[in-house]
Design a protein around this ligand. Structure first.
Ligand SMILES: O=C(O)CCC(=O)C(=O)O
Ligand SMILES: [Mn+2]
Length: 211
């Protein structure tokens, strides 16, 4: 990973600015203390309502290779991989983490997609978070709890790749034109690895009815 370290505001945690053309991605290692990261990992595993969702591929229902939970304000309805997701109400561990994300980014979030990667066979295909309800330049705050996983960016035109290992207690912030120009994802791995929970906080604009 190529990056520069930034420490321009002593009240804000240190971050690495990833070297990416047409993108603005910041990585905050050790964003949470180890004690908080451990506690949040366990609380999220226990307290969230996790579901095994399916997507349709060529008319067949295919299992998404991870567990998910969509939490947010009631109007934050979201289509993800062609699934219309109605949010579950906010609850303790994610509300606290949401406030920490808002403090670091200076942006408000009304929803979070929680992903539980149970082992190396769970993954996330390459995609951009570019659904219309996220607006043209969404800020997405992505928190990692548990097993570190390699996060891959691929430029949509040049195919350039940038990789960063997302560590326990870290925060990744994608903003500006990142979703317009880049895809991101997490590959499967044969390594025997444990659980990872990822929380991606977003602001979802309510869907208009066209009236
Ligand atoms: O698990 C991750 O770090 C990525 C999650 C993600 O890209 C998403 O939920 O859209
Ligand atoms: Mn994403």
């Amino acid at each position: 990973m190529q990056a520069d370290f930034f420490d321009d505001d002593p009240h804000q945690p240190l971050f690495l600015q990833l070297a990416m053309t047409d993108g603005d991605v910041r990585y905050y290692p050790n964003w949470l203390t180890l004690t908080d990261a451990e506690r949040y990992l366990q609380d999220c595993q226990k307290a969230l309502t996790w579901s095994q969702d399916y997507i349709k591929i060529y008319g067949r229902d295919v299992k998404i290779p991870r567990l998910q939970s969509w939490i947010g304000d009631p109007e934050a309805q979201y289509t993800y991989s062609q699934l219309l997701m109605t949010p579950l109400p906010w609850q303790a561990p994610v509300t606290e983490i949401r406030h920490l994300c808002e403090t670091t980014t200076g942006v408000k979030f009304n929803s979070v997609l929680a992903n539980w990667y149970r082992d190396g066979q769970d993954s996330m295909g390459m995609h951009s978070d570019d659904e219309p309800e996220l607006g043209p330049q969404p800020t997405i705050a992505s928190v990692t709890l548990g097993e570190p996983r390699k996060f891959i960016f691929k430029h949509k035109k040049t195919q350039e790749k940038v990789e960063v290992v997302l560590e326990h207690g870290s925060l990744l912030v994608m903003q500006g034109d990142t979703q317009q120009f880049w895809q991101h994802g997490i590959n499967k791995t044969k390594k025997p690895i444990g659980d990872r929970i990822n929380l991606t906080f977003r602001w979802v604009y309510p869907l208009t009815t066209g009236k």
